[in-house]
Design a binder for this molecule. Structure first.
Ligand code: NAD
Ligand code: UDP
Ligand code: UDP
Length: 314
């Protein structure tokens, strides 16, 4: 096992991405404190980690202050799928904004490096394609997605102000749609929905005409990007896009899922939710140059892993 030379805090560590990150950090020998209120995360996601001496779970809501001694902070706490973040939208904004203030206050007191899990949603429904970090975005401030989008935008503002005002070593990554094992089967995101529907023989629900696009990154690739960003040279703060530039329509995704599962499900169309972005594709030039990062897992291969996971769960 590891040498525990670093004490690392992961907020939202019991969620989809957080649990993969905790696993990788413990494997690297870091002493991991996972803080999570278990709103969308579960202890089940943490599996064998719960008995590992390099790992500790604390049930805590990041909108309240937290006094611990750590060297590094990964701030992931925030529900990420539309049905979860829209269930209690005020709490979603509080989690992003108060959560960021508390974690930045903590980082400032203990002089920790701190990474923020931001999102491609800061670009809103973009008129620049593919999206580069210098693009300021087109976000509706008063729609049903705003609690998430504006909360994350404000969190970025706080990160850069703490950097300028208090010389904090902040690291901001903008994550594009990520998928893989341990997605919630019922969180409404497109990859989990399609895979679960296909495996159950239910209709695949395409919202709108299915011509909207997304770019899907496999979870292992994304975690590589997190670790490289946290370890990146002092003074590099981002924001940096992390995502897979392969761009697919929802119709293409449905076809792939049907082929890989061998399912006989049909495809049906449902209304498009308000403010649903038309297209999304990361420009990852910055991540390539500054971090030497690019995704390795093709969508077909990642979908096979994801399907295998859901077969086990269902
Ligand atoms: P998730 O819902 O599985 O994980 C979020 C975790 O945060 C959960 O374990 C939840 O219980 C916890 N949490 C929520 N509110 C909290 C609070 N107030 N205090 C403490 N813990 C709290 O989602 P995920 O997909 O793993 O996303 C993790 C992070 O990455 C989020 O910040 C999300 O915005 C960001 N992100 C994810 C994606 C993606 O495609 N998965 C894309 C862009 C950004
Ligand atoms: N905070 C925290 N843990 C710490 C230090 C601070 O949770 O170890 C919280 C604290 O409650 C405060 C917030 O972080 O509300 C911001 O802290 P900062 O020192 O930046 O601001 P101030 O305390 O001056 O408001
Ligand atoms: N979507 C879909 N069917 C579903 C779930 C989602 O067609 O069962 C669409 C959704 O309207 C959006 C895309 O898939 O255009 C990605 O949705 P998701 O919620 O996964 O991510 P986000 O919109 O946040 O990128």
């Amino acid at each position: 096992m590891g040498t525990y030379d670093k004490r690392t805090l992961v907020t939202g560590g019991a969620g989809f991405l957080g649990s993969h990150l905790c696993e990788r950090l413990v494997k690297r020998g870091e002493d991991v404190l996972c803080v999570d209120n278990l709103f969308t995360g579960t202890k089940r996601n943490l599996g064998a980690l719960l008995g590992d001496p390099g790992f500790e779970l604390m049930r805590h809501d990041v909108t309240f202050p937290l006094y611990v001694e750590v060297d590094r902070i990964y701030n992931l706490a925030c529900p990420a799928s539309p049905i979860h973040y829209q269930r209690d939208p005020v709490q979603t904004t509080k989690t992003s904004v108060h959560g960021a203030i508390n974690m930045l206050g903590l980082a400032k007191r203990v002089r920790a490096r701190i990474l923020q899990a931001s999102t491609s949603e800061v670009y809103g429904d973009p008129e620049v394609h593919p999206q580069v970090e210098t693009y300021w975005g087109r976000v509706n401030p008063v729609g049903p997605r705003s609690c998430y989008d504006e909360g994350k935008r404000c969190a970025e503002t706080l990160f850069f102000d703490y950097q300028r005002q208090h010389a904090l070593e902040v690291k901001v990554v903008r994550i594009f749609n990520t998928y893989g094992p341990r997605m919630h089967p019922d969180d409404g995101r497109v990859v989990s929905n399609f895979v679960v529907q296909a495996l159950r023989g239910e209709d695949l629900t395409i919202y709108g005409d299915g011509s909207q696009t997304r770019s899907f990154c496999y979870v292992d690739d994304l975690i590589d990007g997190f670790l490289l960003m946290m370890d990146s040279e002092k003074g590099f703060h981002g924001p940096v896009n992390l995502g897979n530039p392969g761009e697919f329509t929802m119709l293409e995704l449905a076809d792939k899922v049907l082929r890989i599962t061998g399912s006989k499900s049909r495809v049906v169309h449902k209304p498009l939710p308000p403010d649903d972005p038309r297209q999304r594709q990361p420009d990852i030039t910055l991540a390539k140059t500054k971090l030497g990062w690019q995704p390795k897992v093709a969508l077909d291969d990642g979908l096979k892993e994801t399907v295998a996971y859901f077969r086990g769960v269902l």
